[in-house]
Design a protein around this ligand. Structure first.
Ligand code: GLC
Ligand code: CA
Length: 553
């Protein structure tokens, strides 16, 4: 199957976020690699995935799992070669799967030759590629993101006796975007990888490129200006490729990264993510309705990337103190479950492995406006390991089978980059691809079914408008997705108890709701309010269809 050439492919896509090292180890050294990923493309195809987001695979000392790049033009040898990378792209394209990769443009590793040069002296030509100061008082008040490990955004460099600026770990010096050479070099990096057939980038940490005194040093006009230049570059030199923004910001600031259709094609909907979990914890639809209303509208060719979990902690920076307390109380009862301002747990353990809740969350992810992004392993209900440091507990080996090392690798278990999950409730002997494929009722088979329904309705769910329905039950979330006069009604019971709702659907009078997964038919809509009873944590997707059925349908 050739690659479809739709310019808006990203709006119809379901993305899968995956670290190369965690997916499949093809040569038995205990670390996943490009060749392994290529072997497993059919799995992703079968899952209904048509976009892959690869976490950083560049040369790196791996002190921040690859977000600390020491050479932007090469691949970490453990992951394979540039040749292996190209094979992955070709094979993915042959299956109509696009591939985007992380682009870390705010900072580099302190092992990067650019920084090592800069350390040689104040007059070194690379010195100005970084942000230096004689004291640590500049830009005071700028928030520290990795608050559990870093005290300040400045780090002292004893040899040349100056401080350098870093928004993340102190081993990740920020690049100085006021320097035109830096701006040009990152464009060359973009060209280098897009030239090899990559379909775009997930741009890491976009709000922080420039620093200006008296500001939060986030979302500055200069930063937007640079992304406009990058967008122009990809549109003219690599049409059809996309830029996806990681901007963990409040709705207005996050939305600004779409520009006037001249910045990012996509941006993660960070404001929505925690509010989905708050809605469940408080059994109330309001947090979701309010935030979606704040994050819309966006320009027509742009789209939110929506997600439930990712490779980081579930970040709680952009919520109120009160909302953060709700989240910690409900989802992070043990201190070890927390990291920085967030929760380092996977999807299934977050909701105590409650199958109806997991299904409800996936049903939201696949029907709210935006492009769904799955985090690898969550489709199996994989567990986590909060006793591994940093965010490593949600980055354990993919569970392929009940064989040694979860079928991920033939290495000795001690040699694996990380132990696989063996907690009895999530043990890889039961939570794995092979076993779940054999069990018709498994979570994996259910998710597969849902991606197929999503793709059947991809015009409505990928491109349609959303309208929230007014009603009297705060536990019920109900919305209509619409395109070209076709409608889907999505209803969710967010609470732990059964409940009921009356919806005024009179403007759809004469149409019949047809349940989208099973084709079960509901009575035709009349003038009276339409009545639903809903089991705990349940949902309906109902396609509103012409009433041409027989009486006993
Ligand atoms: C982004 C990444 C995170 C990384 C950080 C610093 O937030 O998602 O994993 O640690 O950037 O590069
Ligand atoms: Ca390997």
């Amino acid at each position: 199957m050739p690659l479809d050439d739709s310019k808006l492919w990203y709006r119809d896509a379901i993305f899968y976020e995956v670290p190369i090292k965690s997916f499949y180890d093809s040569n038995g050294d205990g670390i996943g690699d490009f060749a392994g990923m290529t072997k497993k493309l059919d799995y992703l195809k079968d899952l209904g995935i048509n976009g892959i987001w690869l976490l950083p695979f560049y040369k790196s000392p791996l002190k921040d799992d690859g977000y600390d790049i020491s050479d932007y033009y090469s691949i970490l040898p453990e992951y394979g070669t540039i040749e292996d990378f190209k094979i992955l792209i070709t094979e993915a394209h042959a299956r109509n799967i696009r591939v985007i990769a992380d682009l870390v443009l705010n900072h580099v590793s302190d092992q990067n030759s650019w920084f090592r040069e800069a350390l040689k002296g104040k007059d070194n030509p690379k010195r100005d590629w970084f942000v230096w100061s004689d004291d640590d008082a500049k830009y005071s008040g700028v928030r520290v993101i990795f608050s559990d490990t870093e005290m300040s955004n400045w780090a002292w460099e004893p040899k040349t006796k100056q401080y350098y600026w870093h928004r993340f770990y102190s081993h990740q010096p920020d690049l100085n975007y006021d320097n035109p050479e830096v701006r040009e070099e990152i464009k060359n990096v973009v060209r280098f990888w897009l030239d090899m057939g990559l379909d775009g980038f997930r741009c890491d940490a976009v709000p922080y490129l420039f620093e200006r005194e008296g500001t939060s040093c986030e979302n500055l006009p200069e930063t937007h200006e640079y992304f406009k230049e990058l967008r122009k570059l990809v549109d003219t030199e690599f049409p059809g490729t996309i830029l996806l923004a990681e901007a963990n910001q409040w709705p207005t600031d996050a939305k600004a990264y779409f520009g006037n259709e001249d910045e990012f094609h996509m941006a993660f909907n960070f404001p929505l993510m925690p509010r989905i979990f708050i809605a469940l914890a408080t059994e109330s639809a309001a947090p979701i309705v309010n935030i979606i209303n704040q994050t819309l509208p966006i320009p027509p060719t742009c789209d939110w990337g929506i997600f439930l979990r990712n490779h980081d902690e579930l970040t709680l920076e952009m919520v109120t103190d009160e909302e953060r307390d709700i989240m910690y109380n409900e989802y992070a009862k043990l201190p070890k479950m927390r990291l920085n301002l967030g929760i380092r747990r996977r999807l299934a353990p977050l909701v105590d492995n409650d199958r109806p809740t997991i299904e409800l969350l996936y049903a939201l992810l696949l029907s709210l406006p935006g492009t769904p992004i799955f985090y690898y392993g969550d489709e199996l209900g994989m567990g986590d390991n909060i006793y591994l440091g940093d965010r490593n507990g949600v980055r354990t080996p993919m569970q392929w089978s009940f064989d040694r090392n979860a079928g991920f690798s033939t290495a000795d278990t001690e040699q694996l980059y990380s132990p696989p999950i063996t907690n009895p409730n999530y043990h890889y002997e039961t939570v794995n691809v092979e076993s779940e494929l054999r069990l018709p009722t498994s979570l994996l088979n259910w998710v597969k079914k849902m991606t197929r329904v999503r793709s059947k309705f991809s015009d409505i769910l990928g491109h349609g408008d959303v309208e929230f329905l007014q009603h009297k039950n705060r536990r019920i979330l109900a919305y209509i997705r619409t395109i070209d006069g076709r409608n889907m009604l999505c209803i969710f019971n967010l609470s732990r108890r059964p409940t009921y709702v009356e919806l005024d659907l009179s403007r759809f009078k004469g149409l019949r709701p047809v349940e989208a997964i099973t084709d079960a038919k509901f009575p035709a809509i009349g003038d009276l309010p339409y009545f639903f009873t809903m089991p705990p944590r349940s949902f309906f997707w109902l396609s509103l269809t012409e009433n041409d059925f027989k009486e006993d349908d």
